[in-house]
Design a protein around this ligand. Structure first.
Ligand SMILES: NC(=O)c1ccc[n+]([C@@H]2O[C@H](COP(=O)([O-])OP(=O)(O)OC[C@H]3O[C@@H](n4cnc5c(N)ncnc54)[C@H](OP(=O)(O)O)[C@@H]3O)[C@@H](O)[C@H]2O)c1
Length: 250
């Protein structure tokens, strides 16, 4: 159908913007959800205004998200049928759980966990109406190995995979398929991060790379390849799974 559409959260992020560009090249209608920044997708939106719509929202704000999503969709004849939820918050303060300020904990959980609930609840409405939907959530390998000094992020990523398992079961009868993609280190542009977070990532990844059998970080294409399959018509039976993209590292 020509009026299908894909909703992508974190659309200005490293992974989200790559995926958005790939699907745009394939001629898909896109609803790109951005937060504060738009530098990675500005040109894409400008050059493809008929097929690419954006909305700017903090995913932790349910009513704002609901209103803005309805508004964008109401201006088109699109029927959203796929969701790729890449948006994530990370703490720029690298700190153990014992030293974590409760407000910092809440802000990560709000963005990642409440935000996941909010985007699922608002998008499911459209998928259920058409008795068709495919969803890819983003977890992380930290959901099975933990993340010292990043407990809120690790907790939220593990929870997202479990939301996926649960939702897959709840919505199977509505022909809605849900899976979680959980990467290990991805080769990204980290210029957006604070200096301390960049240093933390550099050290963390240097150490992790030693243990990755394929001896490299995942590329954006590695991530996109799996998302593309999971969202495609070729996948009509795989649901409720969490897929680890870790170059062989368990
Ligand atoms: N990169 C890796 O090495 C890695 C490894 C394992 C798993 N992952 C997972 O893969 C996914 C994509 O990662 P990435 O590297 O592309 O992340 P990223 O570049 O940091 O992008 C995350 C996006 O989420 C948006 N965002 C943050 N808080 C938000 C909120 N409250 N409401 C709406 N949007 C919000 C950010 O927007 P603003 O910048 O405008 O705030 C940003 O565009 C994430 O789910 C991540 O957990 C990544």
């Amino acid at each position: 159908m020509k009026n299908n559409a894909i909703i992508i959260t974190g659309a200005n992020g490293n992974v989200g913007s790559y995926i958005a560009k790939k699907y745009c090249d394939k001629g898909e209608n896109l609803i790109l959800i951005i937060h504060k920044n738009d530098h990675r997708i500005k040109d894409l939106v400008r050059d493809n205004s008929a097929k690419v719509k954006t909305l700017q929202v903090d995913l932790s704000n349910y009513s704002d998200l609901k209103i803005k999503l309805e508004k964008v969709i109401s201006k088109t004849d699109w029927k959203p049928d796929r969701l790729i939820h890449t948006a994530t918050a990370r703490s720029s303060i690298i700190i153990s759980l014992a030293d974590t300020d409760p407000e910092l904990w809440k802000s990560i959980i709000n963005a990642n966990l409440i935000g996941t609930f909010n985007i699922l609840k608002t998008s499911l409405k459209y998928f259920k109406k058409n008795t068709y939907g495919k969803i890819v959530l983003f977890g992380s390998n930290v959901s099975r190995i933990g993340l010292p000094k990043g407990a809120a992020y690790a907790a939220s990523k593990a929870a997202i995979a479990n939301i996926g398992r649960t939702l897959a079961s709840e919505e199977a009868a509505n022909n809605i398929i849900v899976n979680t993609v959980s990467p290990g280190p991805i080769k990204i542009d980290d210029s957006q991060f604070s200096e301390s977070y960049r240093k933390f990532r550099e050290e963390y990844y240097k150490e992790k790379l030693r243990d990755i059998p394929l001896k490299r970080c995942a590329s954006f294409q590695d991530i996109f390849g799996l998302c593309k399959f999971l969202l495609s018509k070729d996948n009509s039976y795989i649901t409720g799974e969490e897929f680890f993209i870790t170059g062989g590292k368990i």
